[in-house]
Write a protein that binds this ligand. Structure first.
Ligand SMILES: C[S@@+](CC[C@H](N)C(=O)[O-])C[C@H]1O[C@@H](n2cnc3c(N)ncnc32)[C@H](O)[C@@H]1O
Length: 556
């Protein structure tokens, strides 16, 4: 069959392949019919191959694709024990993330089911099963997937430089590119012995892409090893005008150029680099102990010691424990599932300190779901008082409802599914305190959200700012005279933080800043009286909050 197909059509075929557990259809690129046949032979399905030849509009070269209709599952599934399972799973997961079908975190509260789905995807994509993942493999997948996504721009620069021919790089099968990225990441950033990396990634490319792909991986990885040995990785120099410097820094520290330019402008080059280094480092987590399940922090510390999970007490929040590694063990031990504690960054906990919920108060949590801050505020109310938890997203509110039951705080929380802006027009509720934790860019949490830096665009910022202003106005309506309004973000961007507050105060002279210094530890309050946590200063996520007080005589 001859013709012209758009790349989006190819993509939609490929997506349908991932979406079905029944015998699927897929389209993939391969230079010869023998390659299609080899792939189908490994697939575990009986299949009919229809060959397509077409050119992609953005790419003048004609390419050959196979449209494979898998007709039924073969009875005996191919178990491939030679391919290292964590590499195979990582490659497929990276492919899915890039195609928008998965998130970066493999850690899941419902580990068993998630893992089973994961392995089914791997089997459907590669055409063979690997042995099941052990705990150690899961940790490796988490490290490799997170790291490879973070370092994508840097790795692609090296791969492209070593391929030498841009066409080879651009025309690479998507799975092959992931295998190369993994190999580069393991050699350069994880320091895995090159022999093992070359050998295993070559084998994976051969059996999962096509036999010829193994040779390509072999050649490219060996060149990389050589360049690394002589300390000659082809990296750009930070020189030239602003734009050239930003491009070089963006490659060396693997961030989008627009972010580098923005941070260089707001923070200066040195702090921008420190921030990028933080974003590329392994994320650290903290857990909040839930007292409503009869546990104390000392209790949970003993459990962590039994589990040999390295930890230290938070110096900023009495309920928090910082964990460097071992989250998987905490999940497997059921500490989250049983509501004994929840994962919450200290920076988010300190926003609750800014709100300072007191027993007996009525609080409206305006953008509440999935409820991290609602639950902490509920816990601080000590069963006296009320929280109205408002959110637009029904699915996320369901998570909040379940979590509030799990944490034994559901009696103080009432869920309200609504657009805050519509609710504010009705003007039916007034509260002592109102928390507005607005949708934001999330630029303060890039170390935990490995893929976020690649998904955010400069254009998003304008839309977000407009939404933040609208929600800020809406939230203010619920504050009673003399009451408190807290606006917060998990962003470090002044345009989402200080600038939004300044614009709000111009529109709402009935509010004034109530400095946060008496609510947060020293070092977190700014001269303007705002709360700001900084990854480079406090080694935690970046977040922001302001506490505003409505004048006693003023009502909306
Ligand atoms: C940053 S998240 C809130 C996180 C939450 N406070 C927590 O600590 O878990 C922002 C939330 O705003 C919600 N949201 C966005 N637009 C909204 C609107 N117009 N009205 C109400 N909620 C909205 C989103 O559904 C999302 O759950």
């Amino acid at each position: 069959m001859e013709g012209t197909l758009s790349s989006s059509l190819v993509c939609s075929f490929a997506c349908s392949f991932y979406a079905h557990s029944k015998p699927p259809a897929e389209v993939f690129a391969a230079p010869s019919r023998a390659d299609y046949s080899s792939r189908v032979a490994h697939s575990g399905f009986r299949a009919k191959i229809i060959e397509l030849r077409f050119s992609i509009p953005s790419n003048t070269a004609e390419r050959s694709y196979a449209h494979v209709c898998y007709t039924s599952r073969k009875r005996n599934h191919n178990l491939n024990t030679e391919v290292s399972p964590h590499r195979a799973v990582s490659a497929v997961r990276l492919l899915r993330i890039e195609q928008g079908g998965a998130f970066a975190g493999l850690l899941s509260n419902n580990g068993g089911k998630a893992l089973k789905n994961e392995m089914e995807y791997v089997e459907r994509t590669l055409g063979f099963r690997t042995r099941d993942l052990e705990d150690r493999d899961i940790r490796l997948v988490t490290d490799i997937v997170g790291g490879t996504i973070r370092w994508r721009r840097y790795l692609d620069h090296l791969i492209l430089s070593i391929c030498n021919v841009e066409k080879t790089f651009r025309n690479m099968e998507p799975l092959l590119l992931q295998i190369l990225r993994i190999g580069f990441f393991e050699i350069i950033k994880l320091g895995v012995p090159p022999y093992a990396v070359v050998c295993e990634n070559v084998r994976l490319a051969k059996v999962s892409v096509r036999p010829g792909a193994g040779n390509l991986v072999n050649g490219i990885l060996r060149k990389l090893v050589l360049l690394k040995e002589i300390d000659s990785l082809p990296l750009p120099k930070v020189e030239g005008d602003e734009r050239a410097k930003a491009r070089a820094l963006a490659t060396i520290y693997s961030h989008p150029v627009w972010l580098v330019r923005r941070w260089t402008k707001f923070l200066g080059q040195d702090d921008a680099v420190k921030l990028m280094i933080w974003n590329n480092s392994d994320p650290s987590f903290s857990i909040r102990v839930n007292p409503h399940k009869g546990h104390t922090r000392a209790n949970v510390v003993m459990m962590l010691e039994d589990m040999k999970v390295p930890h230290k007490l938070s110096t900023f929040l009495d309920e928090f424990i910082c964990i460097t590694t071992g989250m998987q063990a905490i999940i497997l031990a059921g500490l989250l599932k049983d509501g004994i504690c929840s994962v919450q960054d200290e920076s988010a906990g300190l926003v609750v300190s800014v709100v300072d919920p007191l027993p007996g108060e009525t609080i409206i949590d305006c953008c509440a779901a999935p409820g991290g801050k609602t639950l902490f505020m509920a816990s601080r109310l000590r069963s006296q008082g009320k929280i109205w938890a408002v959110d637009l997203n029904k699915a996320r509110l369901r998570v909040l409802t379940e979590a509030s039951k799990l944490h034994n705080v559901e009696h103080v929380i009432t869920i309200l599914h609504s657009d805050l802006r519509t609710l504010s027009v009705k003007n039916i509720m007034k509260a002592d305190k109102v928390l507005l934790d607005v949708p934001c860019s999330g630029l303060g949490v890039l170390s935990k959200r490995a893929d976020l830096r690649w998904n955010r665009r400069l254009e998003d910022m304008e839309q977000l700012k407009q939404l933040q202003d609208e929600l800020f106005d809406a939230a203010s309506v619920f504050v009673k005279p003399g009451g408190i309004l807290v606006y917060s973000t998990c962003s470090i961007d002044p345009e989402e933080n200080e600038d939004r507050v300044a614009a709000f105060l111009l529109r709402h002279p009935e509010f004034t800043v109530d400095p946060v210094h008496r609510f947060v530890p020293p070092g977190f309050g700014t001269v303007e009286g705002f709360y700001r946590s900084s990854p480079i200063k406090h080694s935690m996520d970046g977040s922001f909050a302001v506490r505003l007080i409505r004048s006693c005589g003023a009502s909306s």
